[in-house]
Design a protein around this ligand. Structure first.
Ligand code: PLP
Length: 479
């Protein structure tokens, strides 16, 4: 047995590389990532590739490892090149990604020390840090001391946590489902529909509240729909407002919806995944009044605080609801919970063992302070206004004033099909690759979207897009 143990140990110890082997790999990784960071301003925002990274399949997982140079070339060719480059400031489609560097270092430290951030008893410091970040965000949105929340991997998971909390908060049991009504709009993000399904609420009647000409929920229509449902003996229980829709960046009338929710006893959830952090700006704070009225809300640091993908947040006004939805008992954890401790993520979310994801937010906030984040967000609001004005000078229609940092626009040629024209224009922009844009359907029309949220997007990037659009239009018209 001892002989076998010695053999196994010799191989197992490869998982603990010595300082010089660590340094050798680390230096290559740093060299590779520094090369990327130094060039990112000139890299394409989208790379059209024929093989779509298929070379990765030629290197299957095997018994023996390969060296770091081979690994980096696999990544460079097959992963870090084809498709969208979310780290590019030229990413102006969907909701752009981030990738601030100090966040990566936060992940690095979090991973090396691997603190157990699920339970206070195991890592009081890590849990305290996450709770402190949650408290900072509760204060930002105007929640009181009874509020709490959870750091999740994404906005979709945050929405799911909130919808389950709403279900239990309003005591919706299976038998109540067919008569328990949910109010959304056609602009509500599809992750809400997914959450409703996953939460077992798919058989709840769903009402789509009418939108006004700026794609905001009409509060008067919400109220009359609730009244009609009540009169019909149904149980209206949940309304979801959006604070910055993905499509057009519209903010629903948060205060009016909040008053209606209070009047009729509905759970009020606000999806502020995209728009929430604009509350750091003066303009955003004004526009986001009413966030504090929500029973639950979500915001995405991997959108509005420019973090690399992997961080969403759910906040709940009364922590008792989160506890009701997620607390549990397990005999083998009997030493882990002391009621005088701070709350642990494991008591307030579906997770147990979890990534110490707070550090990827805390480190950049500590190193930079909040001021550059605030400035970067205000810059994005101004760039949207600038783009809205300039794109119209190029002859585009852009009827709706941008509320946040999304602008919708389309070119209407004097002859031919406008939808087809804009589709081809989008293809031309994506093929050029310096900037990346996306599209949507608004009132049945193919419409282009400018979505500005990358910390690397500045005036020069927007001017590049305007230039690409102008020459795209010209070549399509003269074709
Ligand atoms: C992005 C987004 C989501 C989903 O968040 P993920 O982090 O992508 O899962 C939900 N709602 C809105 C309004 C969004 O913009």
């Amino acid at each position: 047995m001892k002989e076998r143990l010695a053999e196994l140990e010799a191989l197992a110890r490869e998982l603990e590389p010595a300082a010089d082997s660590r340094a050798a790999v680390r230096e290559k990784v740093v060299e590779y990532s520094e090369g990327f960071l130094n060039d990112v301003a000139s890299l394409k925002a989208y790379v059209v590739s024929r093989d779509k990274g298929i070379g990765l399949l030629d290197s299957p997982i095997a018994e023996s490892g390969i060296d770091i140079d081979a690994v980096i070339s696999l990544l460079a060719e097959n992963v870090d090149s084809p498709g969208l480059n979310p780290a590019s400031g030229g990413h102006l489609g969907y909701i752009p990604g981030g990738g601030i560097y100090f966040s990566a270092l936060g992940d690095y430290l979090g991973d090396v020390f691997n603190r157990y951030a699920g339970v206070f008893y195991a890592s009081p410091g890590a849990v305290r840090m996450e709770n402190m970040l949650i408290r900072w965000m509760c204060d930002l949105v105007g929640y009181g001391t009874a509020s709490h929340g959870n750091l999740t991997s994404s906005g979709s998971l945050a929405n799911l946590i909130a919808i389950v909390t709403a279900r239990d908060g309003r005591d919706i049991k299976s038998a109540d489902i067919p008569r328990s009504v949910i109010y959304l709009s056609k602009q509500t993000h599809h992750s809400i529909a997914k959450a409703i399904k996953v939460a077992g609420l798919v058989e709840c009647p769903v009402r789509y509240v009418e939108l006004d000409e700026r794609f905001k929920m009409r509060a008067d229509d919400l109220e009359s729909k609730i009244e009609a449902d009540k009169a019909a003996g149904l149980n209206p229980f949940l309304v979801v407002g959006s604070a910055g829709t993905t499509d057009v960046g519209a903010i629903d009338p948060l205060v009016a919806i909040g008053e209606i929710a209070t009047k009729f006893g509905l759970w009020y959830h606000i999806d502020a995944a995209y728009g929430g952090f604009f509350i750091l700006t003066d303009e955003g704070r004004e526009k986001l009044r009413g966030l504090e009225m929500a029973d639950s809300l979500i915001i995405d640091p991997h959108k509005g605080l420019f973090l690399p993908y992997g961080l969403g947040i759910v906040l709940v006004k009364d922590v008792a609801h989160l506890q009701k939805a997620y607390s549990f008992h397990a005999n083998y954890m009997q030493d882990a919970f002391d009621p005088t401790d701070e709350f642990s993520p494991a008591e307030l979310s579906p997770e147990l063992t979890k990534h110490f994801r707070g550090l990827r937010l805390w480190l950049p906030l500590k190193l930079h302070g909040v001021a550059p984040f605030r400035a970067c967000l205000e810059e994005k609001l101004l760039l949207a206004k600038y783009f809205h004005a300039e794109v119209q000078k190029l002859g585009f229609e852009s009827n709706v004033e941008p509320e946040l940092s999304v602008v919708t626009y389309r070119f209407v040629p004097t002859t031919g099909d406008a939808d087809e024209f804009n589709k081809r224009l989008l293809e031309a922009v994506v093929a050029d690759g310096r900037v990346f844009i996306s599209s949507t359907m608004l009132d049945g029309r193919f419409t282009l979207r400018f979505a500005c949220l990358s910390f690397r997007t500045h005036l020069k990037t927007v001017d590049t897009l305007l230039g690409v659009l102008a020459s795209g239009v010209e070549s399509l018209i003269t074709k």
